[in-house]
Design a protein around this ligand. Structure first.
Ligand SMILES: Nc1ncnc2c1ncn2[C@@H]1O[C@H](COP(=O)(O)OP(=O)(O)OP(=O)(O)O)[C@@H](O)[C@H]1O
Ligand SMILES: [Mg+2]
Length: 387
């Protein structure tokens, strides 16, 4: 199958010329003569490469570039900026907007062809690497105590039960309750790793810090000792840890809690999927709406945040699901029923709910949520991710 190239230029002659040149090299060509058209074609036709003019009337190439990068569906497409401008500043602006390469007009046909070929080859290698890379899922609470840890832990346990071997990681330094609900004593793993400089954080080092639940589920835990929350770690250490975990498990599920600051925002951006946990009450929903805005603003494109409602009690004061969707402006991915007794018993037994009572309604709901998120991940990967 020949590779598809989208050429974006407001100048029709230029479009035709480049189009013909590349067609001769066997590429399939699509064209757009304005920024908005480029964005919609890129999203619908998924070209393998975009050649982008800078000066266009409706939206300049830098803006198009930024928007392509901000959308999960198009962010991976390589972009060559193509323009008559030759100033160094323009090149810098192009790279800052997220371009992969830069060509100035007029260009020699042979140069254009060889740049295109090089970029396409590089991105094919990158794609192969990416599909081998594990997926990160972050769980965030709209506020404290809404059930974020329970969802993170039980989604990981659901994956474990379906023969995957995920890692669940607790990013709540000094407030780590996950280890307690797993009945695990060794909960200094996360602090130990984050306390190291980034260049020392490697899979074999992390491996040693994992706490393994009797079921076999692997975890990297935070301790419940308040003092641990004072640990100031460089953000590079957290990013290196996340990257390393991607090589150690096909899925890593992170409990990110409900705290929000610059480093948490940065960590959230590393997540391929985010689960926002809310309870169906006014205060929680309003806080959820604020958090949702942060998550979507920080994320490179929308569509990777899933809302999950956890009912911890039965109450008549609770908000109906369609009202919840209205307030949060997004469809709910799951509603988890109240099961206080079961939640209590499972924690006491040091076992995730879905393992403690696999047939229970809440267990089925969490297993289904995990499957739904998984389906979503696979469709985003364009079917390249195989089970
Ligand atoms: N579906 C449920 N029904 C009843 N109780 C639940 C349910 N899910 C979780 N719980 C209980 O609610 C409490 C809070 O849950 P959890 O610790 O997961 O919340 P959290 O958002 O992580 O809280 P924190 O902000 O303290 O980290 C726990 O005691 C848990 O066992
Ligand atoms: Mg928690």
């Amino acid at each position: 199958m020949s590779e598809k190239i989208l050429i974006v230029d407001d100048d029709i002659d230029s479009l035709k010329l480049i189009g013909l040149m590349l067609q001769r090299h066997g590429y399939e060509i699509m064209a757009a003569n304005a920024g908005n058209q480029a964005l919609s074609k890129a999203a619908s036709d998924r070209p393998d490469l975009i050649i982008l003019d800078v000066m266009m009337p409706d939206m300049d190439g830098y803006e198009v570039c930024r928007r392509l990068r901000a959308n999960t569906e198009t962010r991976g497409i390589p972009i060559i900026m193509f323009t008559a401008k030759t100033l160094v500043d323009d090149k810098v602006a192009g790279f800052e907007a997220g371009a992969d390469d830069y060509l100035t007009k007029p260009t020699h046909p042979a140069e254009l062809a060889s740049r295109v070929k090089a970029i396409l080859a590089r991105s094919a290698t990158q794609r192969r690497r990416d599909t081998r890379k594990g997926i990160t899922i972050g769980v965030v609470g709209a506020k404290g105590g809404v059930g974020a840890t329970t969802i993170a832990l039980n989604m990981a346990a659901s994956m474990f039960l379906t023969a995957d071997n995920p890692i669940v990681a607790d990013f709540r330094l000094g407030a780590g309750s996950m280890g307690l609900s797993l009945g695990l004593e060794r909960s200094l793993g996360m602090a130990t790793i984050l306390g190291k400089p980034a260049n020392e954080i490697r899979p074999n080092i992390i491996e040693r810090e994992l706490a393994v639940h009797p079921s076999g589920l692997r975890s990297l835990l935070s301790s419940p000792r308040p003092r641990e929350a004072q640990l100031k770690y460089p953000i590079e250490s957290a990013l290196t840890l996340i990257a390393a975990l991607r090589t150690m498990a096909r899925y890593t599920i992170f409990d990110l809690g409900s705290r929000f600051d610059d480093s948490m925002s940065r960590i959230q951006r590393e997540m391929d999927q985010l689960i926002l946990v809310v309870e169906p009450f006014d205060v929680s929903l309003k806080m959820g709406r604020e958090m949702m805005q942060e998550l979507e603003a920080g994320s490179l494109g929308s569509g990777r945040t899933h809302i999950v409602v956890v009912n911890r009690t039965q109450s008549n004061a609770q908000t109906s699901w369609n009202e919840v969707e209205y307030i949060l402006g997004q469809e709910l991915r799951a509603i988890i029923s109240a099961a206080p007794e079961l939640a209590y018993q499972a924690a006491k037994a040091g076992t995730p709910i879905v393992m403690y009572q696999p047939g229970a309604i809440v267990s089925n709901q969490i297993v289904k949520l995990t499957e739904d998120v998984n389906t979503r991940i696979r469709s985003l990967a364009g079917g390249e991710l195989t089970t």
